[in-house]
Design a protein around this ligand. Structure first.
Ligand code: HEC
Ligand code: HEC
Length: 477
């Protein structure tokens, strides 16, 4: 773009920046040729600014509720154009190779993604300015695993912190206004706002802002290694010097130099396909619906418990009826006396709201202007004291993969989390209403050991199936 503007200015100058004369320069014999040349140049660059209409394949999401869902055979379904009729294509190849081969050679109509069981339709959560397509997705995937960021002597990628084998989260936190535990990117498409404090709206904005806040890392600082943040200084420049990205961004967006906008679009497109559902809970819920039962109960869980599922739950040796009873107990506590569902509600187990639950809080009252959490980021005129020290209610899907827990990563096990809610909630000044038991007191749930065990087991049952291999890369590049 910038290049184009420079050329445009150069073009204007060629025709207009002559020594000042009231009615323009006296025409000379050479003048027309000059004009001709600059016009051509301009035209070339205008064309170059138009996004090239590279053949691309849209990606559509097919949710459980769609009648078509049942007929789709796998996560990633390719559909050849009806005009071409049925084709036997690249049998025996890995699905991605088929996808790449097909997109390059056949005018495919659509790639259909079979949304995992239990998850809502992602489509309404995708901004109209960035419809998902195969070429964007492929570029985003490549970028996600590429070690293109530098911090001190370190090179790293998105996947260094958002580790696929760790539910796209990690064990550590980064320093950013205090410790922040890396958020899982699984099912990130459904977030209303992003980050623990919701400081940005769309996924595109996360990336564009992270690129904008280009804080140079001080290489002479010996702690620089540990000072990785969500800020990626110099990324646009790095990509501009890489022939792979030059070629593909040109093909997709008509620009040689990847812009922040384009980078944000491709990465967001990739992240929207990181879906994980199909948990034991979802299958039990499907069973309940099939049987027309009013409430989810032990028999629905029981029918879904096989050896592999029990192993994943961490209870390989116990009788399935005993486990099913425990799951029902956990479910009842979750929706009942333990009050969890007051905030962790809906299919993603989050109200997408922000609450102070006492984590990271102390006796000290916050200094005006230095309040932590959501409060700092809501616009002036919209501030509510309940948002002081409040963080986003996280989804409870995939917890066994995404430890440690809470925004500061301060609890390492689900048992610790349950114990916290049971009797250790810090009675902070702005504690959320459901966790209060009086003006300066927090609730005590008085759960028995059996209750706590049941609640933790129920949380484990919300862990989804592994992400489809097509969206994964085995290692960083
Ligand atoms: C140094 C570790 C690190 C790297 C590298 C990193 N992230 Fe993050 N990411 C985090 C942390 C920590 C958070 C939570 C920060 C917060 O809430 O303040 C986060 C949050 C996010 C979120 C918000 C998720 C949500 O649920 O709100 C998105 C999206 C995201 N990262 C995408 C990316 C992408 C894409 C890349 C690569 C371009 C990347 N991250 C690289 C550590 C990292
Ligand atoms: C008042 C609303 C509210 C209630 C009630 C509530 N939670 Fe939470 N939960 C939150 C918020 C907000 C966070 C993130 C807080 C933070 O990190 O500061 C959270 C975090 C969690 C986490 C950590 C998830 C992660 O990825 O780090 C788990 C697990 C959890 N809650 C389970 C439960 C259970 C189990 C119950 C019932 C005993 C419960 N919650 C009750 C709002 C609530």
């Amino acid at each position: 773009m910038r290049h184009g503007i420079l050329v445009l200015l150069a073009g204007v100058c060629l025709s207009g920046c002559q020594p000042a004369e009231r009615f323009g320069p006296v025409p000379t014999a050479k003048e027309p040729a000059k004009k001709e040349r600059s016009h051509d140049e301009l035209k070339k660059h205008w064309v170059f600014l138009q996004p090239k209409e590279a053949p691309d394949v849209p990606i559509v999401f097919v949710p459980n509720a769609a009648p078509e869902w049942k007929n789709l055979t796998r996560f990633w379904n390719l559909e050849p154009s009806p005009a071409l009729g049925a084709r036997t294509v690249h049998l025996g190849q890995a699905p991605l190779a088929v996808a790449v081969g097909l997109a390059a050679t056949l005018p495919l109509d659509t790639i259909k993604i079979k949304v995992p069981l239990g998850l809502p339709d992602p489509t309404p959560h995708i901004p109209p300015g960035n419809p998902p397509t195969f070429a964007k997705w492929r570029l985003g995937k490549r970028l996600f695993y590429d070690r293109i960021f530098q911090s001190g002597p370190d090179r790293f990628s998105c996947a260094t912190c958002h580790q696929p084998e760790h539910g796209f989260a990690e064990e550590w936190a980064v320093t950013l206004q205090g410790q922040r535990n890396t958020l899982s990117l699984l099912n990130v498409v459904y977030n209303r706002q992003q980050f623990w404090d919701g400081r940005v709206g769309s996924l595109e904005e996360v990336l564009a802002r992270s690129l904008e806040d280009e804080l140079p890392v001080d290489a002479s600082d010996s702690t620089a290694k540990r000072q990785r943040t969500h800020r990626w200084g110099g990324l646009v420049k790095t990509l501009a010097g890489d022939s792979y990205y030059q070629f593909h961004f040109k093909e997709q967006f008509g620009i040689f130099v990847p812009t922040q906008d384009a980078i944000a679009k491709v990465l967001a497109t990739y992240m929207r396909t990181l879906l994980s559902g199909g948990s034991l809970y979802d299958y039990a819920e499907q069973e309940r619906q099939a049987r027309g039962a009013a409430e989810l109960s032990a028999p629905h869980f029981s029918r879904m418990l096989d050896a592999a599922t029990q192993k994943a739950l961490g209870v390989p040796k116990e009788k399935s009826e005993v486990i099913a009873d425990r799951l029902e107990r956990g479910l009842r506590l979750f929706h009942g006396s333990a009050r969890c569902a007051l905030c962790h509600k809906g299919p993603l187990f989050t109200d997408q709201d922000y609450h102070n639950i006492g984590i990271g809080e102390s006796e000290e009252m916050p200094v005006a202007g230095e309040e932590k959490g959501r409060f700092a980021f809501v616009p002036i005129g919209m501030k509510q004291t309940r948002l002081i020290g409040a963080f986003r209610t996280p989804t409870l899907r995939n917890l066994p993969r995404t430890y440690p827990y809470f925004h500061d990563g301060s609890r390492r096990s689900l048992k610790d989390v349950v114990n916290y809610y049971d009797h250790a909630v810090f009675p902070s000044a702005f504690l959320a209403q459901p966790l209060r038991a009086g003006a300066h007191q927090s609730i005590e749930l008085n759960l028995s050991d059996r209750d706590k065990e049941a609640l933790a087991l129920f949380l484990r049952a919300l862990d989804g199936e592994p992400v489809d291999p097509i969206v994964l890369e085995k290692r960083e590049k």
